[in-house]
Structures are given as structure tokens and as C-alpha cells.
Design a protein around this ligand. Sequence first.
Ligand code: UTP
Length: 300
Amino acid sequence: MEHSIRKAIIPAAGLGTRLLPATKSHPKEMLPVGRKPVVHHVVEELQAADLRQILIITGRRKRSIEDHFDADPQLMAVLEEAGNERLLDDLAYLEGESRFFFTRQSSPKGLGHAVLLAKDFVGDDDCVVALGDSIIGGGDPAALLRRMMALHRELDAAAVIAVEQVPPDETFRYGIVAIDEDEPVPGQPLLMTDVVEKPPRGVAPSNLAIAARYVFAPSIFSALERTLPDRRGELQLTDAIRLLLRAGEPVYALMLSPEQKRYDVGNFESYFQTFIDFALADERYGYLVRKYIKSIAYDL
Ligand code: UTP
């Protein structure tokens, strides 16, 4: 039988300081994008990619994430009694085949530290990591993960990492990868030679930024255990990927295709843009939003 990946990890324990005060007592992963919280979009993408065992790494002030994915018989009974089919449909996600697991990162010691907490959950399997504050949009949202998982299997890779092109003057904000090719082609695996977390201006090895989705072989966990904390005391996932590369393990980047887009909800500028795009695309309310935006656009 063909071995396929079933387990996914959603790190969602970060402090979200760039979104204060909205995130003072509310997880950024629960901010609404259109009619659903950000992390709900992420879970739907994983489900569409047939990933049914989902571990969410939560933390202090993040309990509402657990509540969101927990069945609520009382609420269902009220809606059933009222005959509210539409809202019952909207809550059908609670009855799917997915199994949700939760673990807490007591203090946010970095993305690498959060992923390492999933070690026992993953065991000897391959797994997907999908950041809880980033949505992949465009056409079929699961197409990217499906392609990444297929490449991971075909190439017997240690990791396949989604990347997107960013403007050269913005590379200092991201994890940037170095690859073994001059002209990266979307959809094709790009052999990685290095990765640098937030390189200072002018020294980035490329303009390809890590785009919130990863497929890993279990060797990522021993690499994380060997990784030293950075200057701020945080364990960086990119440093562990670097160790994989140093050990000669095959690590590939996959560039998003032109119709795919990574929506990062970690700062207000991109959160607002993301909300507008999803509100416009909403099948129930999009036409009203479009009408409203057209009515005010003239004066902007
Ligand atoms: P970010 O790098 O955006 O960090 O995390 P942050 O701490 O959430 O936000 P700021 O910088 O304070 O505004 C990317 C993803 O990794 C998770 C976050 O929840 C987010 O989904 N993360 C980050 C953790 O789970 N644990 C951490 O220690 C750090």
C-alpha cells in the first residue's frame, strides 16, 4: 500500500505582538478572515489535502482555539430546534472525520521549539507543518500541499518547503532560502543549499521567502534537538533545516504557482488586505462588499 502522510501540526502559540491590542486576550489565529477564523481556513486546507490527524500547538490565552474545534451539542440543539439549516451547515466542520489534538507551549520559545513539542505525536511518520497565522489562497487551496507531499515521496526528501518570491527590499523580514538554480520554476522542486532567518538588508541569498507550509521526514526532530537557541533564546525552525542541509540531507523548496498566494495575517497591513480579499470573494456576502467598496472608492 502506498504510504501517505496523515499527520499535520499547526503551530499557534506565538504572542502576536505585531497585532496588539487586537491580540491582547485573543489569539491572532482566531481573528476572522471573512466568515471564519484564520486557523479554520488552515484546517480546511489540511482536510482537503487528506490530513486528518491535526495537532494544534496552543499556549496561554489560546483556549478559544480548542473551543472552536470542539463539538457543541447545546448550540446544535438550539439551531436544530429553530430549524436554522444554514447555520447548521456552517457548523458541519465539527462533525467531520478529522481528529484534533492539542498541546501547549507554555512560553513562546520560538517556532522550532513549538514544532519540537509534536515529536511524540509524529513518531516515525512524515508530517506537514502549517503555520496557524497564514492562509494559502487561490483556486484549490490544498493543491500546494498535495504537490509538496507528492514531491516529498518521489524525491525521498528530508523536507519540502513552500517558498514565494518577495520584493528584494523585504527579504529581511523572512526566512530566505538559497537554491541550486538560476531561474526557479513554479511547481518544480528546487534543491536547497542554505536557509537564513531574516538576513540583514543586502545579503539575502535570493528573494525566495519561506511561505508557511513544510513537509518533513522525522529527522527534523533530531535536528531540532541539536539546534542551539538564537540570540533571543528562541529555537528557530530555519536553524534546524540548516542542520539538515549541513548533514547532507536532501531538502527542496517548492515555489508557489502564479495563481497561489500566501496570506500572512501576522501584521495589520496584510491582515486588512487578507480580510478584504476574502470578504470580496465570499459567496454569500461578496457582492455587497463589492458594491460598498465601489461606492466609496471614488473618494479614496
Ligand atoms: P511569528 O513568527 O509570526 O511570531 O509566528 P509571533 O510571536 O506569533 O508574532 P509576533 O512576532 O509577536 O507579532 C509564526 C507562527 O508560529 C507560531 C505562531 O503562533 C504563528 O502561527 N509560533 C511562533 C509558535 O507557535 N510558537 C512560538 O514560540 C513562535
